[in-house]
Design a protein around this ligand. Sequence first.
Ligand SMILES: Cc1cc2nc3c(=O)[nH]c(=O)nc-3n(C[C@H](O)[C@H](O)[C@H](O)COP(=O)(O)O)c2cc1C
Length: 186
Amino acid sequence: MIGYAFCGSFCTHKKSVEELKKLKAKGYEILPIMSNNVFETDTRFGTAEELIKTVEEITENKVVHTIVDAEPLGPKISLDALIVSPCTGNSLAKIARGITDTSVTMATKAHLRSDRPTVLALCSNDALSANLQNISILLERKNVFFVPMKQDDPNGKPHSLVCDFSLLDKTLEGAMKGKQIQPLFI
Ligand SMILES: Cc1cc2nc3c(=O)[nH]c(=O)nc-3n(C[C@H](O)[C@H](O)[C@H](O)COP(=O)(O)O)c2cc1C
């Protein structure tokens, strides 16, 4: 079974859901996880209720959304891999610095304890500013892999990086063999 965690990059949830469907169609058994923010927040991109319903229908599993329910995802419930898609700048920074105060950061910490792969699908407006150091910290961390990313709007949003969600399954396949797919920056 793999874990599939959503963070609050609300504008990319639609793309992430498409990749979730593809992974399910490929035969992966999937445990969905949502950050507390995602589980509770309605935005102009959709309601939390709609997203939860869609994700639970696709995965045929209930969404894990509390620290208490995420804590066993490593020592007790062993996932083959954990995907954080989308991964916000907020969650990336916390994972890099060892802060564990949401369901997603708890799941990641618990999962990394068991030395299995974690895939981060980063989408953040501060990836090339406040979060650049955190990307470099995680690039050097064992068992952490990134979905290839690019500057989505270099002139309008010079500090933003957005991953290419269509490369998620290839990144996962590489990660499960211990390899970061390349090129990392596209
Ligand atoms: C409509 C909307 C869109 C957002 N998009 C992004 C985004 O693409 N990337 C990002 O890093 N944060 C984004 N944020 C900010 C995060 O939701 C915020 O940092 C939140 O604390 C993230 O919590 P989480 O990482 O636990 O999900 C967005 C917020 C809102 C309200």
